[in-house]
Design a protein around this ligand. Structure first.
Ligand SMILES: [Zn+2]
Length: 462
């Protein structure tokens, strides 16, 4: 395999460049990024057929939910809400075996790769057998899901979820939640076992996800986070924080504080943290997240699907907050759709145009892609998000022949990518120096899809 790629035009850390030569080492780390390369240096170098941009990190996923996308879109109870959707989700997940979880995750991860994601944060809470009994290996489910990512070649930051209670104030778990149940020691055991199993793969990282303030208590939270950082100092910590008004109200009833305030009052939240669905914030909470450099994990299509609300994006960016996007419940597997909806939500809210941009970078498409790629990589604890020496060779080659890119150059390529039409403009995708998608396809595509279809037929027949 040649470890070199030439691109006529590529988006580097300091902007668009021409005649770019990228080189990487056997571990998939970029060792050389040169501009204006002379033609005679290019013998035996792989040539990108379109513009090259950094790959996108998908910072929030519950892989098994891919299989129920579209199953909860029928009007029934007039009070249909996040909480009624959650009941449908629980009844579905009660049937999933380790093999099913693997098959579903593999299909999802392949779809994510094909659309330009190069890594995913798997917020994984389906740990145990139905009823709550542990599998022979307590990390069985985690290993299946990470195994699916390594089979497909998507970078993964696996985030085993600490889930111990059914509501604020240590309420007991419900029947459907028994599969999620762990204490701090149990989750640390899963983290350690999963890390060991994939220790030699540079595209696998392991962190921790305390599910939410309603699912843990303070002692557990402290113990799990310090246990994680005792093992790996820079490992990421993700938490669902303020997705629903009811969650905020319940937190106030329990503690007298709103969830983000509670978290910052009791934990040392820094750039290793990622706050998922920081949707309902006061200005003060918004500013605390921004100042801490924790990543705000925004999931626009899922937040729209569930009727959560809109993230206060303009204030957060004004305060130099770090953010990224996730596909969460997988009603979409496409970063373009997340970014477009994020900008459109703000336009509809403020009744203005071109909001997620700045004087220095007027292009909305380039600002969205660039900031989300960097913030997402930070959230996944992954040296990625831009094409620069020392970063992972994670990149996307766009389809330079596509009509939507005709006459587009520089940042207008990204404006076209995000805002022109619904056809996928991703042609080739590389993760850690390995081509995973070529000409829009994965080498295992048919087998992965057929296995997913038979898994679905089985699950829906039960
Ligand atoms: Zn989530």
């Amino acid at each position: 395999m040649t470890n070199r790629l030439y691109a006529k035009t590529a988006l580097l850390a300091d902007g668009w460049a021409r005649d770019v030569l990228l080189e990487w080492d056997a571990r998939g780390r970029l060792t050389n990024v040169s501009k204006n390369t002379a033609a005679d240096d290019l013998a035996n170098v792989d040539q990108a057929t379109g513009p090259v941009i950094p790959g996108m990190s998908n910072l929030h996923s519950h892989a098994f939910q891919r299989a129920m996308a579209g199953l909860a879109e029928r009007m029934g109870d007039p009070r249909d809400s996040f909480w009624t959707w959650r009941e449908v989700m629980y009844s579905f997940l009660a049937r999933i075996t380790p093999d099913d979880a693997h098959a579903i995750a593999a299909q999802l991860y392949m779809e994510c790769l094909k659309r330009g994601y190069t890594a995913i944060g798997e917020f994984h809470y389906l740990h145990h057998a139905p009823g709550g009994a542990h599998y022979d290996d307590i990390a069985e489910m985690s290993k299946q899901v990470v195994g699916a990512a390594t089979e497909i070649g998507l970078g993964i930051t696996h985030l085993p979820v600490l889930y111990a209670f059914g509501g604020f104030g240590e309420q007991p778990l419900g029947e459907a939640q028994q599969r999620f149940k762990n204490d701090a020691d149990g989750i640390l055991e899963i983290i350690q076992a999963t890390s060991r199993a994939f220790a030699d793969n540079p595209d696998v990282r392991v962190g921790l996800a305390p599910h939410s303030l309603r699912a843990v208590n303070k002692a557990m939270l402290v113990k799990a986070v310090s246990g994680l950082h005792g093992m790996t100092d820079d490992a990421p910590v993700h938490i669902h924080i303020a997705e629903q008004i009811k969650e905020v109200d319940d937190c106030i009833t329990w503690s007298g504080s709103r969830p983000v305030d509670w978290l910052y009052d009791h934990m040392d939240v820094d750039a290793r943290w990622c706050l998922i669905h920081a949707t309902h914030l006061t200005d003060g909470e918004c500013d605390r997240i921004a100042a801490s450099k924790a990543v705000a994990g925004i999931c626009p299509t899922t937040e729209g699907n569930l009727g959560d609300g809109l993230f206060p994006m303009l204030r957060f960016r004004e305060k130099q907050g770090v953010w990224g996007v996730g596909s969460d419940s997988h009603v979409s597997q496409c970063p373009v759709e997340e970014l477009r909806l994020l900008e459109y939500g703000q336009r509809l809210l403020h009744r203005r145009r071109n909001l997620i941009a700045s004087e220095e970078r007027a292009s909305v498409g380039a600002t969205l892609w660039g900031e989300a790629a960097l913030g997402g990589a930070q959230a996944l604890g992954r040296e990625a998000g831009e094409l620069a020496v020392g970063k992972r060779a994670d990149l996307v080659v766009l389809n330079g022949d596509h009509v939507n890119l005709a006459g587009r150059e520089g940042d207008t390529i990204l404006d076209a990518l995000v805002f022109a039409g619904n056809e996928c403009l991703v042609r080739d995708v590389m993760v850690g120096g390995n081509w995973r998608i070529r000409a829009g396809h994965h080498t295992q595509e048919d087998a992965i899809r057929d296995r997913y279809k038979s898994t679905l037929a089985k699950l829906l027949a039960e």
